[in-house]
Each structure stands twice: as structure tokens, then as C-alpha cells.
Ligand binder design. Structure first.
Ligand code: SF4
Ligand code: F3S
Ligand code: FES
Length: 254
């Protein structure tokens, strides 16, 4: 097994401010960035705050920015960097810092609560729901989300504009609206809830200008923009401007 010493720059600080600190730390073959952060804790910085859980790319906890790019620390192999490279690890920029690499992501939980949940179809008992395989597969892609919030962090609508946060749900939760709006059994419309209208008027769909940065950073390779956001925009526009489509949708609800 080959080892070498890597140069790391890690942001240390809290709500009062902070800065980058330099470390030289051992790296062994096959390790990921989270291993190195753990070695830093074990050998040089025992009070370094970092959030993690599964170390398998499935809990979404270890999100951070590595050399400026939002990534999961546990899924970023050290072998993608050269041995000479200085590796900079900073907290997610779009959310307030709690301490060191830990941010307060409650913005996302607030946005999750703003999306009304699935409305079961009336008169159909659980276990009797039937839908086509193509609709199942569409939902399943979106359900791969591990809520790492890397897409939320990278979207320029909130990353560079704190003032947009109240009006914009972000790609992860617009994707949730899209999933429910495209769900053939969702009976929200019967309950008086127009998801296309709320996508525009309450969740800020119009702020998204399809830059696709969210899709690029998604560790689950969900095609957020192509499969959720663009179809939702098309459906919302149909709903808004085409009375025949709107009427057809009402009559033929899939
Ligand atoms: Fe993370 Fe992808 Fe889910 Fe966004 S959509 S929170 S990037 S897994
Ligand atoms: Fe933002 Fe993704 Fe749209 S990065 S602008 S939500 S395509
Ligand atoms: Fe769970 Fe990285 S520790 S995704």
C-alpha cells in the first residue's frame, strides 16, 4: 500500500466567522476525502466539526465543497487529485455555517414542508393502486434522492442570492412537485390543489432558467432538469396558456 502526505486547506470557524487552515495529512491508497477529514480529527484537529453517517453515499450527510465544487466527501476518491494538489474543503456555501464543515440546512426542511404531500385517489384502498410501469419508473428516478442538498447548494438562484430563498423551493423540491404533478394517481386536483399553479406561484419555478448545474452535481445522477424541471415548466405553461389542453387534462385525468 502506498502512502503520501497531502496538503489540505480546511475551513474552520463558526457563526462569528473563520478562515482556511492548512494541514499536511497522510493519505493511503483507496481513501476518500472523508477518510482524510477523519484522520485530521484523530491526529491534529480533534474538535473539527463534520457531519457524516453512512460513508457509502446513501445518507446525504457529508456534503461539502471540495475545491469549490459541491460533492459528497465519502464518495470523492483521493485518486482524482494529483499528489501535489492542495485540496480545499469548505462548508456548503448556500447555507449558514454552524461550525467548521457543518451547515444549517433547515432551509431545505422548510421547503419540504411547503410541498403538499400525495393525495390518495378517492375510493381506492391502499394496496389496490394500479399504474403503468412507465409511471412507476419515472417516480423511482426522483425517489433515488438522498437529500444531500448539493443541488440546492449549487443552484445560482439561491447560491448567489440569499434574497431569493423565500420565493424559491430549489431543484430538489421543484422535482418533488413535478413528481407529484406527473403522478397518475395523485388526486390533488380533486381536492382543489393545482400543483402547476403552485409550482409557479408558490415554489418559484419561474426562477429556474435551466442552467442544469443541479443535475451536474447530483450524486444519484438524477436528471433533475431534463426529467423534472423542464417537463414541469411545459406542463405549467400548457396549463396557463392553452385552454384546450387545460380542459383536456381536466376531463381525461390520467
Ligand atoms: Fe442530492 Fe440529487 Fe437529491 Fe439534489 S436531487 S438532494 S443533488 S440526491
Ligand atoms: Fe437552478 Fe437547476 Fe434550474 S441549477 S436554475 S434549478 S436547472
Ligand atoms: Fe453518507 Fe457520505 S457519509 S453520504
Amino acid at each position: 500500500m502506498t502512502s503520501y502526505d497531502a496538503s489540505f486547506r480546511v475551513w474552520r470557524g463558526d457563526t462569528d466567522g473563520g478562515g482556511l487552515e492548512d494541514f499536511t495529512v497522510e493519505v493511503n491508497e483507496g481513501e476518500v476525502v472523508l477518510d482524510i477529514i477523519h484522520r485530521l480529527q484523530a491526529t491534529q484537529a480533534p474538535d473539527l466539526a463534520v457531519r457524516w453517517n453512512c460513508k457509502a453515499g446513501k445518507c446525504g450527510s457529508c456534503s461539502a465543497e471540495i475545491n469549490g465544487r459541491p460533492r459528497l466527501m465519502c464518495m470523492t476518491r483521493m485518486s482524482v487529485f494529483t499528489r501535489e494538489e492542495v485540496i480545499t474543503v469548505t462548508p456548503l456555501r448556500a447555507f449558514p455555517v454552524v461550525r467548521d464543515l457543518v451547515t444549517d440546512v433547515s432551509f431545505n426542511y422548510d421547503k419540504a414542508r411547503e410541498v403538499p404531500s400525495f393525495v390518495p385517489p378517492p375510493g381506492v384502498a391502499p394496496g389496490e393502486y394500479r399504474m403503468q410501469q412507465i409511471d412507476v419508473e419515472r417516480s423511482q428516478e426522483f425517489r433515488k434522492c438522498i437529500e444531500c442538498f448539493l443541488c440546492q447548494d449549487t443552484c445560482h438562484v439561491v447560491r448567489d442570492h440569499e434574497e431569493n430563498k423565500p420565493a424559491f423551493a430549489g431543484p430538489r423540491f421543484l422535482m418533488r412537485v413535478a413528481e407529484l404533478d406527473m403522478h397518475p394517481l395523485d388526486a390533488a386536483a380533486d381536492a382543489g390543489l393545482d400543483r402547476k399553479r403552485t409550482a409557479q406561484e408558490e415554489h418559484g419555478l419561474g426562477y429556474c432558467n435551466i442552467t442544469k448545474c443541479c443535475t451536474e452535481v447530483c450524486p444519484e445522477q438524477i436528471k433533475i432538469t431534463d426529467n423534472a424541471l423542464i417537463p414541469l415548466k411545459e406542463r405549467a405553461v400548457d396549463r396557463k396558456y392553452d385552454p384546450l389542453v387545460w380542459l383536456g387534462n381536466k376531463i381525461t385525468r390520467r
